[in-house]
Design a protein around this ligand. Structure first.
Ligand SMILES: Nc1ncnc2c1ncn2[C@@H]1O[C@H](COP(=O)(O)OP(=O)(O)O)[C@@H](O)[C@H]1O
Ligand SMILES: [Mg+2]
Length: 324
C-alpha cells in the first residue's frame, strides 16, 4: 500500500503563501538526559500552534525517542530508511503527528554498524531538509560531541544548547561548544599552518598552551594576521543560544548568563541566553503519558516558558505578532 503524503492542516491559510526555505534549528547539549528531546518536542508543538508549519527530526539514532514524546508509537518510516538507502528523499520520511501543523521524521536504528548517515549522505539529507515545504525544521541531537552532531549544529540557522544546572552538564556543554567552534574553524581555515594550528589546539594538552578558542584565535592572528581577521569575521556567525532546563533556584536561572559570559570572556565568541525552563514534576509525567507538556499541562510554568522560548525563536515581540 502506498503511504499518503502527510499534509499540514493550515497549509497556506492565506491562500498561496510563497514557499520559503525552512529555518533549521538544531537542539544539542553534549550530555544525555538534560532535556533536549523534551524541549524539542514542546518547542515544535508551540511553533506549530502559532501557525507555523513545522518538521521535527530525530537525529539521535542511538536513543531515538522523539516519536514517543510526540505520541507516535510505531513510526512506519524513519531516518534509518534513509541511512540504509531504502528512501532517499526526506519528504518520504514525513509522518503526521497529532498536531496538525507538525510532521515528524522519526529516528530508529536498523543497522547496528551504521546508525548515522555518512558525511556525503548527511549533506544530501541537509539539502533535502532545506527543500522541505516547512517554516521550521527542528533537529533533536543525541548526546556527545561526535562529528555528525556538531555538523547538524553548525549547519543549522540556530543552534540551541540545552543544559541542566549541574557541573557535569555544564562541563559537557562547554566541551560541545569548544568542539563545535574548532570544527567550524577547521572547515573555514585556509593558508599555510592555520589548519595545523587548529588541529594542534584540539588536543587540550598541546605544547603551545592553547587552552581555549580565544587563545587559538590569538595564535592564528600572530601566525597570519590577514587570515586571523578573516576567520574572526567568519566565526561571528557562531552564536549558540543557551537554554537552562530543570531550573529550581534563582542561582540555576542565572547560570545561563554566567555561561554566556564565560563564552565571551574566555572562549571569545558570543552566546545568547534564550531562557530557562523550570523543573516540573508534570514534565516527567507528560513523557510517561507520551504527550507534550503543552498538552498534558498547558498552564504549568514549564509549558509557559517553553512557549516563550518558541516565541523568541519565531521573533514574536512580547504581546505581539510574529515579525518574520
Ligand atoms: N523541565 C523538566 N522538569 C522535570 N523533568 C524534566 C524536565 N525536562 C526533562 N525532564 C525529564 O528528563 C527526562 C530526560 O529528558 P530528555 O529530553 O529525554 O533528555 P535528552 O533528550 O537530553 O537525553 C525526560 O524524560 C523527563 O522525564
Ligand atoms: Mg533525547
Amino acid at each position: 500500500m502506498r503511504r499518503m503524503q502527510p499534509q499540514y492542516a493550515s497549509e497556506n491559510e492565506a491562500g498561496h503563501l510563497p514557499r520559503r526555505t525552512p529555518r533549521l534549528i538544531a537542539i544539542g547539549g553534549g550530555k544525555g538526559g538534560v532535556g533536549k528531546t523534551f524541549v524539542a518536542t514542546n518547542v515544535a508543538v508551540s511553533l506549530a500552534r502559532m501557525g507555523h508549519r513545522v518538521v521535527a527530526m530525530d537525529a539521535d539514532l542511538d536513543g531515538a525517542n522523539l516519536h514517543t514524546c510526540l505520541g507516535v508509537s510505531n513510526p512506519e518510516v524513519s531516518l534509518a530508511d534513509f541511512v540504509a538507502g531504502r528512501l532517499s528523499e526526506p519528504e518520504k520520511l514525513l509522518i503526521q503527528t497529532r498536531e496538525s501543523n507538525l510532521l515528524l521524521i522519526a529516528g530508529t536504528h536498523s543497522n547496528l554498524n551504521q546508525p548515522q548517515p555518512d558525511k556525503a549522505r548527511r549533506i544530501e539529507l541537509l539539502r533535502g531538509l532545506r527543500r522541505l515545504d516547512a517554516d521550521y525544521v527542528l533537529i533533536d541531537l543525541g548526546a556527545g560531541s561526535q562529528p555528525h552532531a556538531l555538523d547538524y549544529f553548525l549547519v543549522a540557522d540556530e543552534g540551541l544548547l540545552i543544559m541542566r544546572p549541574e557541573p557535569t552538564s555544564v562541563e559537557n556543554a562547554y566541551s560541545f561548544l569548544r568542539a563545535a567552534f574548532y570544527r567550524r574553524l577547521r572547515l573555514a581555515a585556509r593558508g599555510y599552518g592555520v589548519q595545523q594550528l587548529v588541529d594542534e589546539a584540539t588536543d587540550q594538552r598541546n605544547e603551545r598552551g592553547i587552552r581555549t578558542p580565544h587563545d587559538l584565535m590569538r595564535e592564528i592572528e600572530a601566525l597570519n594576521p590577514v587570515e586571523g581577521r578573516r576567520l574572526m569575521q567568519t566565526m561571528r556567525a557562531f552564536r549558540p543560544r543557551i537554554i537552562v532546563n530543570e531550573a529550581r533556584t534563582s542561582a540555576d536561572i542565572k547560570l545561563g548568563f554566567a555561561v554566556a559570559s564565560v563564552c565571551e570572556k574566555f572562549f571569545g565568541f558570543k552566546a545568547d541566553y534564550l531562557g530557562y525552563v523550570n523543573y516540573q514534576n508534570e514534565a516527567r509525567e507528560s513523557v510517561s503519558a507520551r504527550q507534550p507538556l503543552c498538552d498534558y499541562k498547558a498552564d504549568s510554568d514549564a509549558a509557559v516558558y517553553l512557549v516563550r522560548i518558541a516565541e523568541k525563536l519565531a521573533g514574536v515581540p512580547l504581546g505581539g505578532r510574529a515579525v518574520r
